[in-house]
Design a binder for this molecule. Structure first.
Ligand SMILES: Nc1ncnc2c1ncn2[C@@H]1O[C@H](COP(=O)(O)OP(=O)(O)OP(=O)(O)O)[C@@H](O)[C@H]1O
Ligand SMILES: [Mg+2]
Length: 575
């Protein structure tokens, strides 16, 4: 576990080492103070010697100031190290998540990933702070204070020694109950974050269906659940403080009582008692701290595990064995006996036995009912998912043999549910090509019939898009997404139902412009409207995850019932 997390500390190693050193120096100063107190009382106050009082007093004050200085330094080093550690850890997790495939993200759920990034890293950070500060402070102080008490009076020291197993035993017993309760908390956190994420992501839908109250109820349940679990877990911990107070009083009474007897017998000095009472606080405090260190480390173990799960997750789509020099030469696409399901343990295939071939520069259409598997087919081409069986070739070579970056650079895809990011229109378009010139950008936008409406905005290409692109219309967004994909100058361009929010005339204009602009690019168009694919070199009809027919519009009109049915249902003027 430590091996996994250690790389994130590396940069702050110096601070992480200096902090405990300062802690030990601080403890050394503190531990001598009650001892000096003994001398001050016995040799100074009891003897009524002002000079001795001043001497020891000065030493005590100097020690206190030194302790304060070291304490401040160690606190500062710890804060820098632990905040830096947390930041590095989050960054490493984020980098890892960027390599996740869709399937990896599906497995964790976004809510759970958010909890891991925030709450869990917080717990791990806390454990780290405890480790560099308290884990050094408490044992050193505990040992030194017992040694000092032995020095003052061995018999009284036995009271302290006896209390160690008592305190420890009860804390370990309590931890046994508390730790599992804390582990359960994280599921509740995930649940809460999932709710918030889903709700905010779909706030428009919530509003249009007037489901605010229902959603608030759902949220309240999740929040109550979390609260109850937290109260249950914390309930036992609140007893720790009062229990510790009682123990302090008991030991103080014992020390004063035993000490009193010893003073009367002349076996101990008044200063000895004063010093011992000074050590009671230090001793019990460090005893409690040692125990708390263990409980805390146990508790954050659950968080550390959840963080490491993210770091250890193996992306289901990898290219470590791919040939870095292999380039996508042309845009042919071949599906050979492809079967696919989203989850390995799912019963039925989503796609089965798909075979077809597209030559470079051809245009093919894919039609079929909703849920028939059209999007699933095209997502396999840039390896957003991997096939379960069979193989897909791009440019005559299996897609798994290319580096993922190379493959995805060659395949432009306008997803069915596409998103824009917060930033200017130009920044969004540059996702397609960071180095595109202004002319290239405008040209792509003209092809996608986006230039005119962009120029209609007061700030043109510099107009701001809000998060998730909510301030442009559905059709405008689709056209920006097409322009963005065109800027990649891909060898294969896939449009997954990308113009359904655009009117038929504009759609036709976009289609014609794309064909002219990217002659040579293989075009794969998924469409609801037959009109969108009527001129394609080949149209594939998908039904229930299988190919029902392949051919030109003319051929399919003769041979394919499903195609004919879709066509005739659209004759009511949709063309
Ligand atoms: N991420 C996913 N995990 C599990 N199952 C999925 C996932 N995405 C889609 N499916 C399922 O796979 C099947 C095919 O879905 P797909 O999205 O390919 O259909 P489609 O033909 O594109 O439909 P539409 O026309 O509505 O876009 C559906 O039964 C769907 O429920
Ligand atoms: Mg789809």
């Amino acid at each position: 576990m430590i091996r996994k997390l250690a790389p994130s500390v590396k940069q702050y190693k110096g601070y992480a080492i200096l902090a405990p050193i300062c802690v030990v120096l601080e403890v050394l100063c503190e531990v001598f103070i009650p001892f000096i107190m003994t001398k001050l009382v016995d040799n100074g106050i009891s003897m009524q010697n002002m000079q001795v009082v001043i001497k020891y007093g000065t030493v005590m004050i100097s020690l206190a100031i030194l302790a304060l200085g070291f304490g401040l330094l160690s606190a500062r080093f710890t804060v820098v190290a632990s905040m830096g550690f947390g930041a590095n850890l989050r960054e490493e997790m984020f980098r890892k998540v960027q390599n996740f495939s869709y399937a990896n993200v599906d497995k964790f759920s976004t809510g759970s990933l958010i909890t891991r990034f925030t709450t869990d890293v917080g717990f791990v950070q806390m454990a780290f702070t405890i480790l560099v500060r308290i884990a050094f402070r408490a044992p050193v102080m505990l040992t030194l204070s017992v040694i000092m008490i032995f020095f003052i009076n061995p018999i009284i020291a036995i009271i302290f020694l006896v209390s160690i197993p008592v305190v420890w035993g009860s804390i370990i017993l309590a931890a046994k109950f508390v730790v599992p309760l804390f582990e359960k908390l994280f599921d509740k956190f995930d649940n809460l974050n999932n709710r918030v994420k889903e709700n905010l992501g779909a706030i428009r839908v919530v509003k249009s269906f007037v489901r605010e109250d229902h959603e608030t109820d759902n949220f309240r349940h999740a929040a109550e659940d979390l609260k109850n679990a937290q109260v249950k877990a914390e309930k036992l911990l609140v007893y720790a403080g009062p229990a510790m107070n009682i123990l302090t009083y008991i030991i103080t009474i014992l020390v004063v009582w035993l000490g009193g007897i010893k003073i009367m017998k002349g076996e101990m000095s008044v200063g000895g008692i004063a010093g011992t009472i000074g050590y009671i606080g230090q001793f019990l405090m460090s005893l409690l701290m040692v125990a708390m260190v263990f409980v805390n480390l146990f508790m954050s173990r659950a968080s550390a595990k959840r963080v490491i799960e993210v770091l250890d997750e193996i992306p289901t789509i990898r290219d470590d064995e791919a040939d870095a020099n292999l380039k996508v030469k042309e845009g042919s696409v071949t599906f050979e006996n492809v079967s696919f399901k989203y989850k390995a343990d799912a019963e039925n295939d989503v796609l089965s036995n798909i075979n077809f071939e597209v030559l470079p520069g051809q245009t093919i259409g894919i039609v079929g009912g909703t849920g028939s598997g059209k999007s699933s087919v095209v997502q396999l081409i840039p390896r957003l998912y991997d096939v379960t069986e069979g193989s897909i070739k791009v440019g005559g070579i299996d897609v798994r043999e290319y580096k993922i970056d190379e493959l995805r650079q060659a395949v432009g895809m306008v997803l069915q549910n596409n998103t824009l990011f917060s930033g200017t229109i130009e920044e969004n378009l540059r996702w397609g090509d960071m180095d595109a010139t202004q002319e290239e950008i405008e040209k792509a936008c003209k092809v996608a019939s986006a230039h005119d409406f962009i120029m209609g905005f007061p700030d043109g290409y510099q107009s701001m898009i809000t998060q998730e692109g909510t301030n442009v219309s559905g059709g405008q967004k689709q056209r920006l997404c097409i322009a963005r994909a065109l800027l990649k100058k891909p060898k294969i361009l896939i449009l997954d139902d990308s113009t359904h929010a655009v009117d038929s005339t504009t759609e036709r204009a976009i289609r014609d412009a794309i064909k002219k602009d990217v002659a040579g690019t293989t075009l794969i168009i998924i469409a609801q409207r037959i009109a969108s694919v009527i001129d394609a070199d080949k149209i594939i009809v998908i039904d229930d995850g299988k190919i029902n027919g392949i051919g030109t519009h003319k051929e399919l009109m003769k041979t394919n019932d499903i195609y004919k049915e879709i066509y005739s249902s659209q004759q009511g003027g949709v063309m």
